[in-house]
Design a protein around this ligand. Sequence first.
Ligand SMILES: Nc1nc2c(c(=O)[nH]1)N=C([C@H](O)[C@H](O)COP(=O)(O)OP(=O)(O)OP(=O)(O)O)CN2
Ligand SMILES: [Zn+2]
Length: 136
Amino acid sequence: MRITVHRKAHFNAAHRLYRKDWNDERNAEVFGKCSNPNYHGHNYELIVSVTGEPDPETGFVMDLKILKDLIYNEVEEPFDHKNLNLEVPEFNDLNPTAENIAVVIWNKLRKRINDKNDLEVTLYETPRNFVSYKGN
Ligand SMILES: Nc1nc2c(c(=O)[nH]1)N=C([C@H](O)[C@H](O)COP(=O)(O)OP(=O)(O)OP(=O)(O)O)CN2
Ligand SMILES: [Zn+2]
């Protein structure tokens, strides 16, 4: 029997959607107001979902306290109240779209979660815009 545990988290971050190899006009045409050269912020809501067989002794797929600490260390601490473009190295040369942020988070967490468990990340950039990623 496989079952999924979920943990919600939150971070607030600034970003600008743009390509360094395009001028401001082209960036504004493609990315609209999210290409504001002075940046803008979002209240990101994250859901991390881990699927696996519950351990017969503990009944846990994964201890949610461990998942909480992992999300804090890998996502909240490095991303919260940061400018993603300027302060988070993963986005030095990567456009911080919701898709790319979700993939970066998934890659960071995947390394720290037991291989026998599946991992899915759902990221809300706004209350109505959200993406999900579960690997290839
Ligand atoms: N595929 C993607 N499209 C867009 C992304 C993205 O990350 N991936 N990002 C943006 C903007 O950063 C942002 O999400 C849009 O903000 P906003 O228009 O304020 O958000 P809403 O559409 O939810 O606001 P409404 O109130 O519903 O207009 C754009 N596209
Ligand atoms: Zn934005």
